[in-house]
Structure formats: C-alpha cells, structure tokens
Design a protein around this ligand. Structure first.
Ligand code: NAD
Length: 496
C-alpha cells in the first residue's frame, strides 16, 4: 500500500468531484434561494465548486428536519450500544475514504495534503471511534437520599444542536462537535465555514451511509452573517457549539439572549505563550516544538504558540535555532508531499496577516521571513516569519494573527514571565520548557490557560479536555467532559 508521501495527489486532484449542495433531511438540496458562492483553491486561485449559499430559510428547513428526527426517536431513542455501532462504522468509512477527504481538505483551505492524510483525517476517525466507544460506558447516578426515596439523576440529550465551525481544521473541528453530540443522541445542524465547506458535506454523506438516519445530521453551507446568524437566532435550536473567533463568539452569546436563551459553548481565539527557561535541558527539542507550534498548518491554529518568551541568558542561542528551523518551513504546493508549509486559507486572511507583518517591520526586529510569495506564480503563501524584541504591548504580542508569524521577547525572572504570559485577554494554551520539576509544577499552576504543556507544545488528545479560560471560550471540547455540553441532567425523585 502506498503511503501518503508516495501517493500521486496532483493526479488525483484532477478528477475529484466535490459535493456542493446543502445536506438536509438525508439528501443534497440547493439553497431555497437558488444562490451559490464560489469555493476557491487558495494555492492556485482555481474554482473548486459553486456551493449552495444557504440563508435563514434553509437553516429553518434543516432545524425542522433535525427536530422531527429528534422527537420521533429514530436516533435519540436508540440504545447507546446501537448508536455506538453506527458511529464506529462512520469512523471506518472515514478511514476508507481517507484520500478523498484529505484532498478535499487540502484543496479547500490550503493545508498540506500529507498532514491532512496523516493527521486530520485519521484524527477525525479516531474521535468518532473514541466517542462511539465511550457512549455505552457512561452510567447515570442514584443520589444518596436514604431508604424512603429514590432519586435518579440521568443525562438526557438536549435536542437540536447547532454547530458552527471555522476553516483551519474543517473536518476535525466539525468532528469535535459532531462525535459527542451524535453519540449522546442529539440531532445536529452543522454550518461549516464558507471558506471550507467541502469535507463536511462529504462527511454528511458518509454518516448517512454508516446508518445515521435522515435528518439527524444536516450540513448547511453559507455565510456567517446569514446562515450562521440564523442558526444562532433560531428559536428551536437548544444549544450552539461554536469554534471560531472571539469576536463572533460574542455574537452567539447575544443571539442566544435575543432569542430562546439556548446554551452557548464557545471555543475561541488564543495568543498562547511558549516559555523557555534557561534550565531546559534540550533546547533543540524545544526549538523543534516551538517552530512546529507556530508554523504547522501555516500558523492557522487556535492554540498556536505565537508568543515565544525566552530567558535572556539563552535568547541569542535559541533565536538562532529558531531561525534555522523557520527555514525548513518554506511554503510549497500543498499537494506536493515534499512541501513543508501550505497556502493561507484565502486572499482576505493573507492580506490580514501581511498587515501584521508590515506593522511588525516598524515596531519590532524582523529576524526572518516577512514576505508574501507565490508558488508556480500563484496563490496565497507567506514565508515563516519571526520578529524579535517585540514589546509586550505591541499588536504582535496582543492580537491573534492566525498565520506563520512568531513574536519573540525575553525575560529575566519566573515571576516576570508568569505575569507576562497571563497578560492577555486569551487563555487557551501555554507551554513551559524546564528540567526543574518544582518549577514545572509551580509555573503550570499559575498559568491561566485551559491546556498547559510541559516540555511539549500543544499536547492534545481525545482523552483530555480542550478549551479556554477568559475570552478563549466557555466549556470544553474533547474528553468525557464534552458530553456535558450536549446533555441535560434530569432528576427523577420517587417517594416511597
Ligand atoms: P470566524 O469567527 O470568522 O468564523 C467561524 C464561523 O463563524 C464560520 O463558520 C463563520 O461563517 C461563522 N460566522 C462568522 N461571522 C458570523 C456571524 N456574524 N454570525 C454567525 N456566524 C458567523 O473564525 P474563522 O476565521 O473561521 O477561524 C479563525 C478563528 O477560529 C480564530 O480566532 C481561531 O483562534 C478560532 N479557532 C478556535 C479554536 C478553539 O478550539 N478554541 C479552534 C480553531 C479555530
């Protein structure tokens, strides 16, 4: 069998046929308005498909379908073991269709196809498998009432879940929501990002093939301001689970307040610090991880280690190591297995990142990169870029760039770096590099971040919760805790 690095992705891309309609009630349908929008490959500018541009009317149709499916129990009243069997089948189908899903992901948003094939797609399959396997191992509770009463505390599915996701890991971000929500017995209306609807539409078809009944999973592509807003405001949606920017996360809180007070769970932005103490005993490993932490997926990662805080005594040595590593991430054709970094998702995001870089050239010291480039004369590509001497109050230190741009600054003491690391509106992730065990515990405990990695960057697994403090969000994805978002507790008290 060919490995992802051996496969001829370029040839395969010539014949791919993306699904382009909304998936509602088990079938592909046009938007009721008949409108479409263009889906472009950011690496070449070529059109991939005309996608149904759904709006409030289509969202309403999808929510009605999801509600009907939920109420008649075609999925919600199946036993956990039956739901598990279907979800495990879906995990297998994702693996069986790995090359197609990886290609769709890469063509749609510019990431390296090899990363999609070795990380995103197997990752999605393993998340479905994890939640499928978990769902029939969760027990409800009996409260310690005493002999004359019986109080049962049960988890029940919430009903109709609206899921709104971003473009940086289109398949995985959708999966983080869908797997626990569906395993719990809910129906879902998923709105993928307008920049990257293709893998979600194919996933919906695979879910039907696996045995998830019509209406239980609906995928409605469209713009945020129309389809996303309509889902947020819909009076018959019980819960919104969102991943995206902090700015749009706040809209969803307001949509809930303006409509039916639906539950809102938010996974939002970050500006994650990566702290390198001089007592770190493997600076090469730290530099490898720091580079991957900001250049993997073109830096379009919510938990990207975008602030590098290095102890002064090792700053020059470490920066040199970082410069060497950055040179290994030069962008190339995302379909070429030899490329090290892919394309930025679209022209708008490319210009936004270049705006930060242009600002940085006057506010800080450009160490490497800093240019927009083309591959084969086309596309949205940016060199891996490092700025040093970045002031803690500069935009490069404070704002989420969501691109391959690293802001480096130095520190003298542990207290100083903890204060600096926490001096942000975000609290998604943080990393600490030290060989001093006491310091590792002390610093981790003081960092306000949902995930702290010690001698690693961005450690993430289905086993552990993922999400943020402060304006990085509300609630947690992954782990058994994700079930809390998609279920309500019911007490049934029986008096003897
Ligand atoms: P975004 O907030 O612009 O869009 C996210 C989703 O919201 C898209 O589906 C979009 O169509 C929709 N949307 C946009 N405007 C809307 C509106 N007015 N009303 C309703 N819906 C609307 O984010 P993005 O640019 O797609 O993704 C980048 C952001 O996502 C970054 O801030 C990143 O940190 C964040 N992110 C967070 C996590 C996490 O787990 N914390 C993971 C990945 C990405």
């Amino acid at each position: 069998m060919q490995t992802a690095a051996e496969y001829d992705w370029i040839k395969s891309a010539e014949t791919i046929q993306p699904r382009n309609k909304a998936f509602i009630d088990g079938t592909f349908v046009d938007a009721l308005s008949g409108e479409t929008f263009e889906c472009l490959n950011p690496a070449t500018g070529a059109k991939l498909a005309d996608i149904a541009a759904c709006d409030a009317a289509d969202i309403d149709r999808a929510v009605k379908s999801a509600r009907t499916a939920f109420e008649d129990g075609r999925w919600s009243s199946k036993s956990p073991a039956d739901r598990k069997a279907v979800i495990l089948k879906l995990a297998d189908l994702i693996r069986d269709n790995m090359t197609e899903l990886a290609l769709l992901e890469s063509l749609d948003m510019g990431k390296l196809v090899v990363d999609a094939a070795t990380s995103d797609v197997p990752g999605a399959a393993s998340i479905f498998q994890w939640y499928g396997e978990a769902i029939d191992k969760i027990y409800d509770e009996i409260a310690p009432t005493g002999q004359n009463d019986l109080a049962m505390v049960r988890r029940e599915p919430l009903g109709v879940i609206g899921a709104v996701v971003p473009w940086n890991f289109p398949l995985d971000m959708a999966t983080w929501k869908l797997a626990p929500a569906l395993a719990m017995g809910n129906s879902v209306v998923l709105k993928p990002a307008e920049q990257s609807p293709l893998s979600a539409l194919r996933l919906a078809e695979l879910a039907l093939e696996a045995g998830i009944p019509e209406g239980v999973l609906n995928v409605v592509p469209g713009f945020g301001e129309t389809a996303g807003k309509a889902l947020g405001l819909h009076p018959d949606v019980d819960c919104i689970t969102f991943t995206g920017s902090t700015e749009v996360g706040k809209y969803f809180l307001s949509y809930a307040g303006q409509s039916n007070m639906k539950q809102v769970w938010l996974e939002c932005g970050g500006k994650s610090p990566n702290i390198i103490f001089a007592d770190c005993d493997d600076l090469d490993a730290a530099a490898d991880a720091a580079a991957a932490g900001i250049f993997f997926n073109q830096g379009e990662v919510c938990s990207a280690a975008s602030r590098l805080l290095v102890e002064s005594s090792i700053a020059d040595v470490f920066l040199e190591k970082m410069t060497e590593r950055a040179a290994r991430y030069m962008p190339g054709n995302p379909l070429d297995p030899n490329s090290a970094m892919g394309a930025i998702v679209d022209e708008t995001q490319t210009r936004r990142i270049m705006g930060f870089i242009d600002h940085g050239k006057s506010s800080s010291r450009l160490v490497c990169g800093g240019e927009r480039v083309t591959v084969d004369g086309k596309g949205c590509f940016i060199q891996p870029t490092i700025f040093a001497d970045v002031d803690p109050d500069d935009r490069l230190s404070r704002e989420e760039i969501f691109g391959p741009v690293l802001a480096v600054s130095t520190f003298e003491t542990e207290d100083e770096v903890i204060a600096r690391a926490n001096d942000t509106i975000y609290g998604l992730a943080a990393s600490v590099w030290t060989s001093n065990l006491s310091r590792a515990h002390r610093v981790s405990a003081k960092l306000r971040a949902g995930s702290v990695s010690v001698n690693a960057v961005d450690a993430v697994s289905p086993m552990t919760p993922f999400g943020g403090f402060k304006q990085s969000g509300i609630g947690r994805d992954l782990s058994l805790h994700a079930f809390d978002k998609f279920s309500g507790l019911k007490t049934t008290w029986i008096k003897f």
